[in-house]
Design a protein around this ligand. Structure first.
Ligand code: SAM
Ligand code: SF4
Ligand code: FES
Length: 345
């Protein structure tokens, strides 16, 4: 552990050994080291991103996800461009300087429509960053969306195990997922990769590969959350990933990719009432309050019992601000670019 904190590169068998031998004391030590590393890199700032879940229509069929195309129980919605810009305006007035536009893979949103949307958000709010999280597209659309003003792109690799990836993604391929991430990085986005913890059949060796893949890719952002079952998917009876193991992965990701921006995810907040605070104390430094209209939030149900979908969540920003301060951190409403990006630009 200390070797990792000092910047040493661990071999896969050493990581697997570590993962298999963590106990209460060593977990605490791991989280303390990760916290120190995060303070060295980013201080105690926590960056806020306004999340707009603009369409739950998806042509893909990932086994774990409530938005999968085979889920016929779900009532589908798509926000129009003017509804999305209205969310950004509201967010801008609340102080947000990053908007994360996330959706299923919805082809109604062609490159042309997205270019218009992104350029209009950028012309209204030139000092805000736009993060896209809309799945796999070709190089040309990715390039045009960047030219229109998008800054960052979240595309989790989901799992570094080719066999597990293939079993979970009947309509996608492991190779293409990785090729799209590399393309986004080459084209010039700040990229976000990441994975789920506790997927059915996932081993310590798979998790070690997830961490080693991140170390090799050096993404600007790393999204890690527990797998949580959804009642209308083939994985409905599988046990959820644990908070404890997810915290281990967040802490190790912080030690292995110290400059990354790491969100305390909604899935962590769903798995445990203080899940996001625990993630912040284990090395995470971003939170993404929901800015979507209240009427659509219950429909963006990736897994059971997702938080921030009811009336209580009208003001996620203030709820999260209180939680961040109470956990010993302070809110930073700036753009919050990654250190890697700032040192290369
Ligand atoms: N469609 C885009 C994509 O897949 O990249 C973006 C939206 S997708 C809903 C965002 C993330 O949600 C996925 O990368 C996946 O890791 C996560 N997710 C989906 N279903 C989940 C589940 N049941 N438990 C935990 N995370 C889940
Ligand atoms: Fe679609 Fe993304 Fe869900 Fe897969 S994870 S079904 S691509 S929304
Ligand atoms: Fe959404 Fe607390 S952050 S309700």
């Amino acid at each position: 552990m200390e070797q990792l904190a000092a910047g040493a590169v661990l071999h896969k068998h050493e990581l697997v050994y570590l993962l298999n031998h963590l106990d209460e004391d060593s977990r605490k030590q791991l989280q303390t080291l990760a916290h120190q590393k995060r303070v060295q890199a980013y201080g105690t700032s926590v960056y806020l991103r306004g999340l707009i879940e603009f369409s739950n229509i998806c042509k893909q069929n990932c086994l774990y996800c409530g938005l999968r195309s085979s889920n016929k129980e779900l009532s589908r919605y798509r926000l129009l461009p003017e509804e999305i810009t209205a969310c950004c305006r509201e967010g801008y007035e609340l102080g947000y300087r990053t908007f994360v536009l996330q959706s299923g893979e919805d082809d109604w949103y062609t490159t042309e429509k997205l270019v218009l949307l992104i350029s209009s958000i950028k012309s209204m709010f030139p000092d805000a960053a736009i993060t896209l999280s809309i799945g796999e597209r070709e190089d040309e659309p990715y390039t045009r969306l960047l030219e229109a003003g998008a800054d960052r792109y979240l595309l989790r690799h989901e799992t570094a195990s080719p066999a597990l990836y293939q079993a979970l993604h009947p309509t996608m391929t492991f190779e293409n997922r990785r090729s799209r991430l590399r393309a986004l990085q080459r084209i010039g986005y700040q990229i976000g990769a990441g994975f789920m913890v506790g997927l059915p059949g996932q081993t310590s060796a798979d998790l070690a590969d997830d961490l080693l893949y991140l170390q090799q890719l050096q993404p600007d952002m790393i999204g890690i959350g527990p797998f949580l079952p959804h009642h209308a998917t083939p994985l409905k009876n599988e046990p959820p990933g644990t908070v404890e193991q997810t915290l281990d992965m967040i802490a190790l990701a912080r030690l292995m990719v110290p400059d990354a921006l790491i969100p305390a995810t909604t899935a962590m907040g769903t798995a445990h009432p203080q899940g996001r605070e625990l993630a912040l104390q284990a090395g995470a430094n971003v939170v993404m309050p929901n800015l979507s209209p209240l009427s659509v939030r219950p429909k963006y149900m990736l897994y059971n019992n997702k938080i921030c979908t009811g009336d209580e969540s009208a003001q996620c920003r203030f709820c999260l601000e209180r939680r961040i301060e109470a956990a010993g951190f302070h809110v930073d409403m700036g753009r919050g670019d990654s250190l890697k990006h700032l040192t290369h630009s």
